[in-house]
Design a protein around this ligand. Structure first.
Ligand code: 13P
Ligand code: SF4
Length: 336
């Protein structure tokens, strides 16, 4: 069993010293004691800081975290080390539990690109021309947007969700790059994309990826569907973050270019030490704003509790549960 120091020394985004790691170990002990006292579980998104991933009970992509939230049985408190919309999703599915987001600055620029009032107006406008319009919202949306949606999807299941609908006309909210990827997977649908994008994935250019590949043509290229279509075109596989983890573990290739937020390459470097992960990535400030001290303080002071009003929660839950029915609660594929 590797020590925390050995594991964190594989991380490339940060240069941890032995002193940093000793501090992390002391904070981990405090957090474990608080977790037991509060009867809490800690869940963390794949992009979070490695020292937080190491204390989490469960680490995953948006779909896995939503599934996990839907299945929580024993815990009174869910400490959600993700961004705001993810903690809201956990609260929508667990109205009777306390859901904590350790740092309220952990928002999501993509979710903010679709305000609920603007979406309501756009739906009304489009339904005049397309009476059969279905609204499919990516999980990276506010609870109020989910409440206006027919069904939710994630990067792991977007094509499957859209293909399951009888409607031909689909308003896909809020990510235009994921909408483009879905339109390629389900060509018989008329996909009307909301013009949002993730500032992290949008920064990655085909020139950058082309340069890395030109120097190293053997690399297997894994791309997140929030990337631009001209970047996705260069991929050997377009996958959600956990889809990339499964692919890297299960496929015979040993060297990968990981094109998404940088935290994923760090998780892979820690978990799959016998393979090599080259970073074709950018940092998300929202995913990195939370510290281990924030996680400790969150459990110590029970902050910051996420609330969703019932009139929003109930329709948002319906749209989320429809996604679970369509995907039978399964994580996305990782086909080599
Ligand atoms: P995943 O569901 O693939 O983890 O994506 C979440 C996200 O916010 C990507 O930017
Ligand atoms: Fe939002 Fe993009 Fe950050 Fe994901 S990477 S949380 S979509 S801003």
């Amino acid at each position: 069993m590797p020590t925390l120091l050995e594991e964190l020394s594989r991380v490339k985004t940060y240069e941890y010293t032995a002193e940093d790691v000793r501090e992390f170990e002391a904070l981990h002990d405090e957090i474990r004691a608080l977790k037991a006292e509060r009867n809490a579980v800690i869940v963390a998104h794949n992009y979070y800081r490695p020292e937080i991933l190491k204390i989490a009970d469960f680490v995953g992509d948006s779909l896995e975290l939503a599934l996990m939230a839907a299945k929580v049985k024993d815990a009174d408190v869910i400490c959600f080390c993700g961004v705001h919309f993810m903690a809201e999703t956990a609260k929508i599915l667990n109205p009777g539990r306390t859901v904590l987001l350790p740092n309220l600055l952990a928002g999501c620029q993509l979710a903010d690109a679709a305000p609920a009032e603007d979406l309501a107006a756009r739906i009304e406008e489009l339904r005049r021309d397309f009476p059969d319009l279905a609204v499919v919202s990516y999980v990276n949306t506010t609870a109020a947007v989910k409440a206006l949606s027919d069904i939710i999807c994630t990067s792991a299941n977007a094509g499957k969700v859209v293909a399951s609908l009888p409607n031909r006309n689909i308003l896909f909210v809020p990510d235009r790059n994921l909408a483009n990827h879905v339109a390629e997977q389900v060509p018989d649908k008329n996909i009307i994309a909301w013009e949002g994008f993730c500032y992290v994935h949008q920064q990655i250019t085909p020139e950058e990826i082309g340069r890395i590949r030109a120097n190293d043509p053997e690399l297997e290229i894994l791309v997140h569907p929030e990337c631009r279509p001209d970047v996705a075109k260069l991929a050997d596989a377009v996958l959600s973050t956990s889809g990339m983890v499964r692919y890297a573990k299960e496929c015979s290739a040993t060297r990968f270019l990981v094109v998404t937020e940088c935290g994923l390459s760090d998780r892979l470097a820690m978990e799959v030490p016998d393979k090599q992960f080259v970073k074709g990535c950018k940092l998300c400030t929202f995913m990195k704003v939370t510290s281990l001290e924030d996680v400790r303080d969150s459990l110590a002071r029970m902050r910051y509790a996420i609330e969703v009003p019932e009139e929003v929660r109930v329709p948002a839950e319906r749209a989320l549960r429809r996604m679970f029915e369509v995907t039978e609660g399964k994580p996305g594929p990782a086909t080599c």
